[in-house]
Design a protein around this ligand. Sequence first.
Ligand code: ATP
Length: 709
Amino acid sequence: MISLWFHVPLLLLDSSLTYISSGIVYTHYPSDLLAAAWIVSLVKFLILGLVSLKLYHPAWVSSSPLYVLTVCLTPPLHQTLRPYVTSHSPELYSGLSGSLISHITLLAACLIWDLAMPNKIPQPPSGEDSNGKEKNHENFIRLLKYSKPDWIPLSVAFIFMALALISEMFIPYYMGRVIDILSSSYKETVFLMAIFYMTIFSITSSVFVGCRGGLFTLCISRLTQRLRRLLFRSVIKQEIAFFETTKTGDITSRLSNDTSRVSWSIAGNVNITLRTLVKCIGVYSFMISISWQLTLLTFLSSPLTWIIQKLYNRYHRDLVQKVQDSVAKSSDIAKEILESVRTVHSFDAVEIESKRYDASLDEIHQLQSRRDFVRALYLLIVNLAAQVVMLIYGQTLIENGFLSSGKMMSFILYQMESGSYIRTLVYMLSEITHSTAAAHKVFHYLDREPQVSTSGSYLPDKLKGGFEFKNVTFSYPSRKDTPAIQDISFKLPPGSITALVGPSGGGKTTCVSLLERFYKPDSGEILLDGIPIHQYQHKYLHTKVALVAQEPVLFSGSVIDNISYGLDSAPEEQLKEAARKANAEAFIQGMEKGYDTDVGENGSQLGAGQKQRLAMARALARKPKLLILDEASSSLDAETEHEIQKSLSGLDGLSLLIIAHKLRTIQKADQILVLEGGRLAECGKHEELIERKGVYYRLLHGHILQNGE
Ligand SMILES: Nc1ncnc2c1ncn2[C@@H]1O[C@H](COP(=O)(O)OP(=O)(O)OP(=O)(O)O)[C@@H](O)[C@H]1O
């Protein structure tokens, strides 16, 4: 369990280092054993930390630098706390005994931990983790590339950032000078100069900060917009199955939350990280120039801050993820309820649904409160830890005349800033990689290729319009093991009328979806004039096959906008002609603004029959070769239905594929295809099928009994 190759070299190196460095430091600095102990531990940490990285550490030591840090911190911490606990003053450790004590204590602690909680032993990083880090790195580079078009405003922003930092850094320095002037011999000109410089640096830093902030915000919003545009284009072209297996909430959350998160990670977080890094360097230079001893003490507290920050980051990140998930869940619930508001009302479930939404809001609130509480606690601990040690030691330096109170004041101001910079740096370094995890989700959609290819390029000069299903079998992606249709073959000759009938679940809609290329057949082929439909140019095919669904979707906008939907340019006369054929002209002209009347969101200002006729006009406006009417006349009265059929049958070369439950309307069809259980059960004319007394006969018989027709 205990790896000799890890512990023995560390122990030997530790004791030799303690021996040598103690000798040097204590001889040069005999008056303060405590400070010397901390300096020795810092030196040891730097050397041992580097060496330990090269040693293979046992599985139960989660990280070798952490192990070394604990070993190095134990002696000076012991020395610091000793006077308070035992009233003995700090004393010199001999090299080997000091190291042995800390190593043995730590080993014992590890063993007890190991025996008490074997499952909590951290595992060495797996290949998957390092892969993940690599991926994050790649994502980060890719994001940088997306920011390339903004390189000019970004560069200017960085220049403003540097100028703002330089100005900011002089402010605490001049504050200290003011205090020194006030507490020693007061000279008005010197005092006024110090105040003047302070004012100038304050003003310039504010101006530069404003310019920098404005430019960064501009770049962030431009990047967000760029990502959203690309993502939307990529998502919208995916095949229908993608939308069936992916929640809409998931997609909208990628579009709204993740894209802006990603932009922040690149422009925002990189800005903050660089700014903090430069500030850190500047602040520490000023601090060293004031007192190197105090600066060293601050450095020593930095690892502690670092560990606390690391732990906090991990916990905080999980919480933030949970908050995001619960927000997405809550908006999914709201969306679902609002979309089915009619059902909610008709079942009088308003109260139940309101409570369901309330519960989701409560969950968000609880998680957010927990996140804020943890943050407050963490800030308290971190600030206390850093300040106390430094203040005690600073007081000793002032008493011994090594430091003026003004300089101490400047130092405190710098030190307060430095602590927050270190925390920000650690936070940001992990936040950048973490935000690129959001980028990973965005890129996943961005890089996704539609499973149903839209790359066909065949554009015939002339099209007869004969469709054919050849041994087509298909199962939906969500039900791979149950085929929706099996080995179906039939032909739709140009200019013919075909009816698809059959019991519910027989596979009628599936055939239509395959014709529309919403899905790709698992086997078999669908041909148009003898050529597989996937070889035709996507847009061309969709002008030749038009669908009118039972509940057509209209878009907010005018009547004419809806009829011309998806057509790049179509003469107005062609659109009106389509409206006439769909028997829609009379009701359109009866409306206040005629063709310019707004139909409302999803055509809410139209009745069901009007919507169907408008959808039919939209389909006819593209001059299709095959018009699919999926229960498309269910909301029409018999007279309108008859009118439409009459005008459609007059269209040269147009084939009709009618899915109808009203079997009366299809009796004149050239062929009737009966689908049952995903198979083609019967095929023929109405009279032939009646004679056969099969599925169609049973369906018709049942239908007559039901409707009394
Ligand atoms: N999106 C889908 N995902 C998974 N299975 C589906 C999907 N759509 C339909 N199915 C299944 O495929 C089979 C054929 O369904 P289809 O909708 O094509 O039948 P239909 O004859 O049009 O029925 P109806 O007359 O009720 O509309 C059914 O078993 C159905 O449950």
